[in-house]
Design a protein around this ligand. Structure first.
Ligand code: NAP
Length: 573
């Protein structure tokens, strides 16, 4: 085997915008022949699971290194979350140019984001453009749903079982299976008995859904429903929203991006990604550090008016940091948002129903909206308060509440996801001694750096539980770069097996728990704390520590430090 680059060289931390991933010499030194010196037995050196945002970048890095790698995707095409979530109004809440990949100058030059917050069809087009530009498609295998993975100590590899009965082996497995990719249907009697059309938003059909002339029900008022409702309201004959708990929301303030503005964005890409790397959330939005109590009420109102009319997550992430930690500060700001909401809903009683009374603004993930509250001013839109009149069952023709029966042609379930661990649980991952990951995580995820799990060697999770909660691609790029660095280290040292130590895992878990403590989000009744009323073991109060709240920069420097210190906390043999 030729001289291979050092661990640090493989790990291209922070060098994102336009940075070449590896030098030509490094790539030449990492020919498949070199790599296969240590890996003759398994079918693949690396299997990546999932062809979404994370999986596509991961395979790009492996292809550049000439590694025998493939992507297994359960769906029949690429895109992950953007392939699936086709409901009207689906789009991300990140400024488009902060959501795109940062690692190829040419790609940044070529792609024109048409809207400030790209809609789903455009984002899917973007991911296809990336796959075609870098000829990644030939490395993607579709309709390959991984049902089981067993670590075989004797061959030091993963044996991967597909749903169609095929089996393959891989030295290393990298999961890029998404934090919100397993939808949960409500546990309501009669869901299967409805004779009209019905589906979860995640399974919104690819073929256009005719809404005109239909009586439509939407169950749920999370970020998904809040995007969907105004769009359905425009088309449907009637729309009835079943709201169990009201949700805070603020305007997205989307708009088109002109050719001239895009040209300017292209010039600023270095600056944009530098800001994303500097801010806790991986956006350009920087928190206001003046101090909530150091400025006057007038100054606070001036900031809030500006943010409410400004784009995206500014209202959340450019706010005073006390909003996230201090109940009084949070209450004052929540009152402000409540007042803004009241101004937008004609019926004052209805407005009160739409304003949460059980939690403050920003404690749960804030949905951003376009005309959400105005939708309730339409004659064809009705709100059913499911906290007062709960849904009792779904019937052949509609929904029976404790109070009356409603007839529908279409029922849409916007009822959320088995977040973070769901996608792992359904694979049946068996590590050393046959222990399953689902068993290990029965009370919630435990990881080292959100990337590795003790007892599950040669497995790295891209954007797994307990990675920093950030603008998704910014965090995914961190995970991919770190995983590639670790594998590079393995190859350069001629090693075959890595496993994180129990003590390192415990240390990270303790830190993750500690980083929930200062934040009011520790009380969130949402996926942030693992709550899901439709899943056994996910009751409110049984906190599952799904995310790392320490912010992107702190997380990034920890990853860098671990790599620089020769992968501290990981046994490599
Ligand atoms: P969610 O936030 O978990 O919301 C689920 C909704 O369904 C809640 O209103 C919940 O009510 C309701 N619900 C669940 N089961 C129910 C039942 N049995 N009966 C009545 N109501 C029920 O799910 P989501 O809206 O799909 O959003 C999930 C996450 O996806 C978001 O937080 C966000 O991270 C991501 N997302 C992102 C974007 C974007 O980037 N723009 C868009 C959409 C989603 P309770 O509150 O009472 O439980």
């Amino acid at each position: 085997m030729g001289t291979l680059p050092s661990a640090q060289a493989w790990f291209k931390f922070g060098e994102t915008t336009g940075a070449k991933l590896m030098t030509d010499q490094m790539i030449a030194e990492t020919t498949p022949e070199n790599v296969s010196d240590v890996t003759t037995e398994p079918d693949y050196e690396v299997v990546v699971i999932g062809a979404g945002v994370g999986g596509l970048y991961q395979i790009k890095r492996l292809v550049d290194l000439g590694v025998r790698a493939t992507v297994l995707e359960g769906d029949d095409d690429l895109g992950g979350t953007w392939y699936r979530n086709r409901y009207p109004g689906a789009r991300f809440d990140s400024e488009s140019f902060t959501y795109g990949y940062s690692w190829d100058k040419e790609l940044l030059e070529e792609w024109h984001w048409i809207e400030m917050f790209s809609p789903q069809p455009e984002t899917l087009k973007y991911l296809n453009f990336v796959a075609d530009k870098f000829e990644l498609r030939e490395h993607l295998q579709f309709n390959c749903y991984v049902e089981q993975m067993v670590f075989e100590e004797s061959s030091c590899s993963w044996v991967i079982h597909l749903r169609d009965g095929r089996k393959m082996t891989a030295r290393f497995v990298l999961t890029a299976i998404g934090p919100l990719s397993v939808p949960t249907m409500p546990r309501i009697e009669g869901v299967d008995s409805f004779e009209g059309e019905s589906f979860h938003t995640f399974h919104w059909p690819i073929e256009p859904v005719e809404l005109a002339g239909k009586r439509v029900a939407v169950i749920g008022t999370g970020a998904t429903a809040i995007q969907l409702i105004p769009e359905v309201a425009k088309e449907a004959e009637t729309l009835t929203v079943f709201q169990r708990r009201a949700n805070w929301a603020a305007p997205l303030n989307n708009r088109d991006i002109s050719e001239e503005e895009m040209a300017d964005i292209r010039k600023r890409y270095d600056e944009i990604f530098a800001a994303c790397a500097r801010t806790p959330g991986g956006f350009e939005h920087e928190p206001d550090r003046r101090g909530f109590y150091s400025v006057s009420r007038e100054e606070r109102l001036e900031l809030w008016d500006r943010l409410y009319d400004g784009p995206g997550f500014g209202i959340w992430l450019q706010n005073f940091v006390e909003i996230f930690m201090d109940e009084d500060a949070n209450a004052e700001f929540s009152d402000y948002i409540a007042e803004r909401t009241r101004r937008r809903v004609n019926d004052p009683q209805l407005a009160e129903k739409l304003i949460p009374k059980d939690h403050g603004f920003g404690i749960q993930r804030v949905p951003l909206e376009t005309n959400y509250f105005e939708a309730y001013n339409r004659d064809n839109v009705h709100l059913v308060d499911s906290s007062e009149t709960p849904i009792e069952r779904i019937t052949r023709t509609g929904i029976q509440t404790s109070d009356q029966h409603y007839e529908f042609d279409l029922i849409v379930y916007a009822t959320g996801f088995d977040a973070f661990t769901g996608a792992f649980d359904r694979i049946n991952i068996r590590g050393v001694d046959g222990v399953t990951l689902e068993e290990k995580w029965s009370d919630g995820p435990v990881t080292y750096l959100g990337l590795l799990v003790h007892g599950f060697p040669n497995l790295v999770m891209i954007s797994g539980p307990q990675t920093a909660a950030t603008n998704f691609p910014r965090g995914a790029e961190l995970s991919v770069d770190w995983a590639t660095g670790l594998l590079g280290h393995m190859w350069s040292e001629g090693k075959k097996r890595f496993e994180t130590d129990l003590a390192a895992e415990q240390g990270w878990f303790d830190h993750v728990v500690k980083m929930y403590e200062p934040f009011l989000l520790r009380t969130a009744q949402s996926w942030i704390t693992g709550y899901n009323s439709n899943l056994e073991g996910h009751e409110y109060g049984k906190t599952r520590y799904n995310i790392y709240n320490g912010g992107g920069p702190r997380y990034a420097s920890r990853l860098q430090q671990v790599a620089q210190e020769g992968y501290e906390g990981i046994t490599i043999e």
